[in-house]
Ligand binder design. Structure first.
Ligand code: SF4
Length: 359
């Protein structure tokens, strides 16, 4: 099984905390870009069944339904899809329009990942988002009415002024919605973003302990509402885990199409340079190899540790086995019935440090 990732590097407005490469949306550039995506999809042959297609960005919902539909048609002509193929589109809730959502569903998109981030207008304003909490609600409700029964919402944590009460309010609203999945990310301070040098942001960032508390509060409230944690940042109702996201953590194949897209195919990890003009002009996207030996045992271990499935105890080196007892005693790691180990929520909150002890 393979996944296809389609990168859409356009945004209507740059968010002040984001360092992803994206350019302002222009109709003509977007059309040339879509044609290049289609050209590249035709170039790659893969006999495996494609069980996930993921439109990520940037802001894929800036594309028209016709553009998305043309891309999906090319996928179904050139690859083997089936009725269970998960087709996700990242959607910016600035666009609440039910008709667009209905047409998207008709075009074959069956999973929506909505960039809600927060249900507090004050927090959304601070983040420089172009939508309100009301638009978040409208988008989720319209998506559900348009026939999306697999909806994910993004949630940002460790924000300035995000008290326990503020987060509780957001989580209460989030868990009352007809959604099946939540992706929760801690705000990262990235160089070369306005946030990185903003005195207001810097003076009001929560410390590590407070960030961990907000994270654990999120895990608890989501679990109470039926969303179990299956990865550091991912929570789902049973059966609604994202097939596409799991490919990254289980070292399965995925093909990335588009400027800046990454791929991992048969242990070869490569990426496409991020310049949009080159991508549009080249007959076939340029591939820069990162590793011919990706998904080696160490990398597999490191990635699988991010999931609640965890790793077999036997996969750990003897040195790591010695540290395990301390991690278990302090509730960072739990031993599972099948002789697997996995991080506890407390372990996930400091996952990099725990992973470093075990690798
Ligand atoms: S956070 Fe999303 S919408 Fe905002 S600039 Fe980054 S990619 Fe674009």
């Amino acid at each position: 099984m393979t996944g296809i990732y389609i990168h859409v590097p356009f945004c209507a407005k740059k968010c002040p905390y984001c360092d992803f490469y994206s350019v302002p949306y222009r109709k003509a550039t977007a059309e040339a870009y879509v044609q290049a995506v289609i050209r590249n999809l035709k170039h790659y042959q893969n006999p495996d069944t494609v069980d996930s297609i993921y439109f990520g960005g940037g802001t894929p919902s800036l594309l028209s339904v016709k553009q998305i539909s043309d891309i999906l048609e090319t996928c179904s002509t050139n690859f083997k899809l089936d009725s269970m193929t998960e087709i996700t589109l990242e959607h910016n809730p600035t666009r609440t329009d039910r008709n667009y959502l209905y047409e998207l569903r008709k075009a074959g998109v069956n999973r929506l990942s909505i960039g809600t981030q927060s249900f507090s207008d004050t927090q959304l304003k601070l983040l420089g988002r172009t939508h309100t909490a009301k638009q978040n609600l409208e988008t989720v409700q319209n998506a559900f009415q348009a026939g999306f029964y697999h909806i994910s919402c993004d949630l940002m944590l460790a924000l300035p002024y995000q008290t326990e009460q503020v987060l509780t309010e957001t989580l209460k609203i989030l868990t009352s919605l007809p959604i099946q999945h939540v992706s929760a990310y801690l705000l990262q301070m990235e160089e070369n973003t306005p946030f990185y040098t903003s005195p207001e942001i810097l003076d009001n960032l929560p410390d590590d302990d407070t960030s961990a508390d907000r994270y654990l509060q999120t895990v608890q409230m989501l679990e109470k509402a039926g969303f179990y944690q299956y990865e550091v940042s991912s929570f789902a109702k049973s059966g609604f885990e994202s097939k596409h996201n799991l490919k990254y953590w289980y070292c399965q194949d995925y093909l990335g199409i588009g400027a800046g897209a990454h791929s991992c195919i048969k242990n070869r990890r490569f990426y496409v340079p991020k310049e949009i003009e080159n991508f549009c002009q080249n007959p076939v996207q340029e591939e820069i190899t990162i590793s011919e030996n990706a998904c080696n045992s160490e990398e597999k271990l490191m990635l699988a540790l991010r999931t609640s499935r965890g790793v077999p105890l036997s996969a750990l080196q003897p040195e790591a086995q010695k540290k395990l007892a301390i991690l278990i005693k302090n509730d960072y790691i739990k031993l599972k019935e099948n002789n697997y180990i996995a991080m506890t929520p407390k372990g996930f909150a400091v996952s990099n440090a725990v992973t470093a002890m075990l690798i």
